[in-house]
Ligand binder design. Structure first.
Ligand SMILES: Cc1cc2nc3c(=O)[nH]c(=O)nc-3n(C[C@H](O)[C@H](O)[C@H](O)COP(=O)(O)OP(=O)(O)OC[C@H]3O[C@@H](n4cnc5c(N)ncnc54)[C@H](O)[C@@H]3O)c2cc1C
Length: 542
């Protein structure tokens, strides 16, 4: 055991290891990147997190930076759950529900609990946390908060940030803070502190005050429903008060380590109407989608024809009998979960009228069998990830952008063109209702030519998303993979502002070093020679 691992083991209650096997395992997340950590810490409590951060801070003060990467389920696709120093794995011990108040509809959890197991408990109380990602079986609340996750129901219920009441966060130097909206008096008190917390409040307040015009301009330029690029300096100062919470959400563990979260819950209606709408031409989406969104669906997902063709090619019998019109250009999966009696039926009737006018076809689930059919179609997307011809694999890159609804159709046309020109199959899926577009190029990332192709496609996709008023990071954050594009999102001044925010929280660059700051050359140097997601590959996905 190294000296550092030994020292930490002596001072922490949780386990510490630097075994080659563990380091190898934690050198991957679900991205195409790879970094081998030097030590793995499995914190038993907040005190372990605090002590580890304090230790690294003291080392950094003596000129040696040992970065810390917080880690949940490791399902991050942007290369943000890996790091060269200490990987702090929360799933081992800090995975409990600390308090649940079904009447007031609140839950307090540790970060390592998975969405899946939290939801299981919440459902038994008739409650749920709506923005659960498709990776909920293994993704944790800590990772979800750090990425400000969205899910299939985000079209109606928004992102995870909307449900956060307060957070406990361990800062880079080991101080523990609680974040929540502060009034003027409380803010002044915080700004008077002589601690890192005091520095942060003073620094962030000054940064926002001095750059109000720039922030307002950037905020209005990105019109998509979701934007995880950079740091959310936009929502710190609001009518509710001054709140650091939005900065930690989506920061991917690069500003602080979340050790506890109190979340607001929502009543769960397990009975929902489900339908598949198939449109003969993609162009029809332009008129149809806004009208569907007026009906406030709880799910509005899409799968295009190229994806259906690809699924059929990979698994010839999988879609047999599932779709009324398999040749349609685009299929929308719509759900209504209105709890008012008759509300869902009314929405379905309106949906039928929209479809009638558009000339599309509608398959409404009227039985368990129909419901199973639709869900099976939905889950068929997972088949696209199984693409494996020789050394080529579907890789999670050049995807996951969010564009405004009024630009969705144009963007999809462009994305199809970009993929086709690169001789890649333009299979598209995602959350149409939120303007979230997902595409995975099938490449052999071990080959130089394919890597170059990947970067060319990424450049073009991200450029088009930005031109459409969207964001390059819709659900996963920038991580390392998209960090080189930050300057394209916010321009030189805006991206400098983001780096200044990072410096205020983490002056020594300890927390998830490289995340949101990596250069293109740094990214190229850590691309894996082959791509696989061993521990996620065999789990169900929707
Ligand atoms: C098949 C698949 C489907 C997906 N579907 C979706 C989807 O529908 N919606 C969506 O939003 N995302 C999706 N993702 C991306 C990812 O699963 C989510 O962002 C998820 O919430 C990450 O959780 P995790 O526990 O795996 O986090 P990890 O991958 O372990 O970490 C993610 C980030 O959070 C940081 N982090 C982890 N714990 C903490 C903590 N305690 N404090 C501070 N920072 C922390 C990490 O350092 C890292 O930067 C998908 C990924 C895959 C592979």
């Amino acid at each position: 055991m190294s000296k550092i691992a030994h020292y930490l083991q002596e001072h922490l209650n949780g386990e510490v290891t630097d075994s080659l096997e563990a380091r190898r395992y934690f050198s991957h997340d679900a991205s195409i990147l790879q970094i081998t950590p030097s030590v793995i810490v499995y914190p038993a409590s907040e005190s372990d997190v605090r002590k580890t951060a304090r230790f690294c801070w003291q080392l950094a003060e003596r000129g040696k930076v040992l970065p810390i990467t917080a880690r949940g389920g490791g399902s991050d696709t942007s290369g943000a759950a890996i790091g060269s120093g200490i990987v702090m794995a929360f799933t081992a011990h800090m995975n409990r529900i600390l308090a649940l108040d079904p009447k007031k509809e609140f839950v307090t959890v540790e970060p390592g609990i998975t969405f899946g197991s939290l939801l299981q408990t919440l459902y038994t109380h008739g409650l749920f946390l709506p923005p659960y990602p498709a990776s909920s079986a293994y993704a944790t609340i800590g990772g979800g908060l750090a990425n400000n996750s969205i899910g299939e129901k985000s079209v109606k219920y928004g992102d995870l940030a909307k449900y956060v009441e307060k957070l406990s966060v361990v800062l880079a130097n080991g101080e523990v803070i609680e974040t929540r909206p502060l009034n003027k008096r409380d803010l002044n008190r915080k700004m008077g502190l002589t601690t890192l917390e005091g520095n942060i409040y003073r620094g962030v307040d000054a940064l926002i005050e001095e750059n109000q015009a720039l922030l307002a301009e950037e905020k209005s330029r990105i019109r998509s429903a979701h934007n995880r690029a950079g740091y959310n300096l936009f929502d710190v100062k609001t009518k509710k008060g001054f709140d650091l919470t939005p900065l930690f959400l989506g920061s991917q563990g690069s500003l602080g380590i979340i050790t506890e979260a109190t979340l607001q819950l929502v009543r769960h209606n397990p009975i929902a109407e489900l339908a598949v709408l198939s449109l003969g031409s993609l162009a029809e989406l332009h008129d149809v989608l806004p009208r569907i969104l007026d009906l406030k669906p709880s799910v509005c997902e899409m799968i295009n024809k190229a994806a259906v063709v690809q699924i059929n090619r990979l698994s010839p019998n999988q879609l047999k009998g599932l779709l009324d019109n398999p040749a349609a250009d685009i299929h929308l999966i719509i759900e209504f979960d209105d709890s008012k009696e008759g509300g869902q039926k009314k929405s379905l009737k309106s949906l039928a009228k929209i479809v009638q006018r558009s000339g599309g076809s509608l398959m409404v689930a009227t039985s368990t069998e129909d419901r199973d059919r639709i869900n099976k179609f939905r889950r068929s997307i997972a088949t696209l990830f199984l693409e494996n011809r020789g050394d080529t694999k579907a890789v999670p890159a050049a995807d996951d952008v969010s564009v405004p609804i009024d630009s969705l159709l144009d963007f999809m046309h462009k994305a199809i063109e970009i993929y086709s020109q690169a001789e890649l199959v333009p299979a598209i899926w995602g959350q149409a209702g939120d303007g979230v577009v997902r595409m995975h190029p099938v490449l052999d990332i071990g080959r130089v030519g394919d890597r170059q192709r990947l970067f060319r496609v990424s450049d073009a996709i991200y450029k088009s998303a930005l031109e459409a008023g969207g964001s390059i990071s819709a659900s996963a954050g920038d991580g390392r993979l998209r960090a080189p594009y930050l300057a394209h999102v916010y321009g030189p001044e805006g991206s400098k502002l983001m780096l200044e925010a990072k410096k205020i929280f983490d002056p020594h660059g300890i927390l998830n070093r490289g995340v949101k700051t990596a250069t293109a050359d740094e990214v190229k140097a850590i691309i894996r020679s082959e791509y696989s997601r061993p521990h996620h590959e065999h789990l169900p996905r929707s």
